[in-house]
Design a protein around this ligand. Structure first.
Ligand SMILES: NC(=O)c1ccc[n+]([C@@H]2O[C@H](COP(=O)([O-])OP(=O)(O)OC[C@H]3O[C@@H](n4cnc5c(N)ncnc54)[C@H](O)[C@@H]3O)[C@@H](O)[C@H]2O)c1
Length: 321
């Protein structure tokens, strides 16, 4: 039996592939390589370049690899782009996911772990945010995650799919032998590192008038290695007949954009050049997780919660040797 990893050529999916292989799991990866430079997979991992909405391709993979579970990472991930091109996000993240789930159920695949996001909450009423906080996404991207979670709730009621939706806060850091390499890169830590290395223009700090201690947006950064561990635990939960559920994945600690820039400067031993810019549409001021439920139900305790440790792993993966 194999686990189908959609988006396994990407940043989080790739780290999870490595972790599952270490756990002696069989995996098969599908990715259309639209947002990552290449598959980046270890030798011997079966890889198919295809859209998740390509029913024929996915049905063949499910059949040929005896797939019995799916970890679904594939999708478009940029809040700003989703505000500019909502149709693209609804098509890629929702329509194609609907096709994927239909093919999975036809093929008898009944366990799914879904990469959801803190973006489902929008501007939260309380910090840290618990899982039962209402969904009020402020971007098409966040809306796509909320819609797919609702679809999975209905699949659970039909008895066709049990699922775990993992709402990551800000995935960050680097897994051993890997680095963050989105195409295009939009995430703060790699952009700050590349700016410090002189590999790109100065970083833009989007928004300096938020109601936060230094006026810049506050986020909860969670190490990608800890995310990989959470996925394995989620899979174990489903295999042990655990119920469909949703879990926040974060450290419960918020850092502002300026604090991240300071951390990168500290770790890199050089200044991060930056300019101040306007707020971006769809960006809430503060997102910090309550991850108590993941700890209680999955036994998930992040092993790398310190921001400087997260930044150090990212720095080591990007800086010249
Ligand atoms: N990185 C974060 O901080 C973060 C936070 C919350 C949620 N998430 C979610 O986690 C998942 C993985 O994020 P990531 O940072 O690894 O992004 P990523 O862009 O590195 O990985 C996504 C992969 O999916 C592929 N892909 C996109 N659309 C596809 C399609 N229609 N068919 C096949 N492949 C497709 C891309 O080529 C890419 O390799 C995404 O669903 C994202 O929304 C990420």
């Amino acid at each position: 039996m194999s686990i189908l990893i959609t988006g396994g050529a990407g940043y989080v999916g790739g780290a999870v592939v490595d972790h599952l292989i270490e756990q002696d799991e069989n995996v098969v990866v599908v990715d259309n390589l639209s947002r990552t430079p290449d598959s980046g997979l270890p030798d011997g991992v079966p890889f198919y370049q295809a859209d998740i909405g390509d029913r024929e391709a996915i049905a063949g993979i499910v059949r040929d690899h005896s797939v019995d579970a799916c970890l679904h990472f594939a999708g478009l991930i940029a809040v700003g782009e989703s505000v500019e091109q909502p149709g693209l996000y609804f098509e890629q993240n929702v329509s194609q996911t609907i096709a994927l789930f239909d093919v999975l159920t036809t093929g008898g695949v009944d366990n799914v772990v879904f990469s959801s996001s803190a973006a489902v909450y929008g501007e939260p009423d309380q910090i840290p945010i618990p899982e039962d906080h209402p969904h009020r996404p402020t971007s098409p991207y966040g809306s796509t995650k909320s819609i797919v979670e609702q679809i999975l709730t209905q699949y659970d009621l039909t008895g066709m799919i049990r699922s775990v939706s993992l709402r990551y806060f800000n995935a960050a850091g680097a897994a051993p032998g890997r680095s963050e390499r989105h195409v295009p890169e939009t995430h703060l830590i790699p952009l700050a590192i590349d700016a410090a290395l002189g590999l790109r223009d100065p970083l833009t700090v989007f928004g300096t008038d938020y109601d936060t201690p230094d006026g810049t947006a506050v986020r909860d950064y969670v190490h990608v290695v800890d995310l990989a561990d959470a996925h394995f635990r989620a899979l174990d939960h489903l295999r042990s007949d655990g119920a469909t559920d949703v879990f926040n994945l974060g450290n419960g600690e918020g850092y502002s954009v300026m604090q991240v820039i300071e951390s990168v400067s500290r770790v890199a031993g050089r200044e991060v050049p930056f300019i101040l810019g306007d707020r971006r549409a769809g960006d809430p001021p503060v997102l910090v997780a309550s991850a108590d439920r993941a700890q209680q139900t999955l036994g998930w305790v992040p092993e790398h919660p310190e921001l400087d440790d997260i930044v150090s792993s990212a720095w080591d993966s990007r800086s010249p040797a």
